[in-house]
Design a protein. Structure first.
Length: 181
């Protein structure tokens, strides 16, 4: 079962991308997919767009993690779906709210990622959490982030980069994988 929490693209863009991937890759229909649009759902013309108030799983500070109500709702929702789930969190910085410099604090990042790891184990899920690498990580070409914990805690780290030799082509690279080369 596929579960996608979308904080960045909105339903129109997710639909366009999904259709394109299904056509090119000849994928079956997504009858068992669950999509939640936090980007455009309930968006208003008011002073503050509603996606800025979209629910987070946790608020991460240098000295503590505050688990938000949405974590428990997602936990219960995933537990209610039988079998294994593949969950995409787009993007990590929306799902986990980092306060101040906590995204560079190794202890805070490790605790936040351990929370996601626990969610996986307790709900029979695999989580793909998308995030934007630091500028330095982009320049190094390894898609790394701010804290060493971003590299050491996840079970695998993948990066996607444009292939300059071929139009509309990207390279998917395994940057790090536990228990393997």
């Amino acid at each position: 079962t596929f579960v996608y929490l979308d904080y960045e693209n909105g339903a129109d863009e997710a639909t366009r991308r999904t259709r394109k991937m299904r056509e090119r890759l000849k994928l079956p229909s997504l009858d068992n997919a669950h999509y939640q649009d936090f980007k455009t759902q309930g968006e208003t013309a008011g002073a503050v767009p509603t996606y800025e108030a979209a629910p987070a799983l946790a608020t991460v500070r240098d000295d503590a993690i505050e688990v938000e109500q949405f974590y428990y709702e997602l936990f219960d929702y995933l537990r209610s779906i039988p079998g294994h789930k593949f969950v995409v969190l787009d993007s990590t910085y929306n799902v986990l709210r980092f306060v101040g410099q906590s995204k560079v604090n190794e202890t805070a990042v490790k605790a936040a990622l351990n929370l996601l790891d626990h969610l996986c184990g307790a709900t029979n899920s695999t989580i793909l959490y998308l995030w934007h690498p630091s500028q330095a990580g982009m320049e190094r070409g390894d898609a790394s982030g701010w804290s060493v914990a971003w590299h050491n805690t996840p079970r695998a780290r993948l990066s996607l980069s444009k292939d300059d030799k071929a139009k509309d082509t990207f390279d998917l690279k395994v940057e790090k994988r536990n228990n393997g080369r």
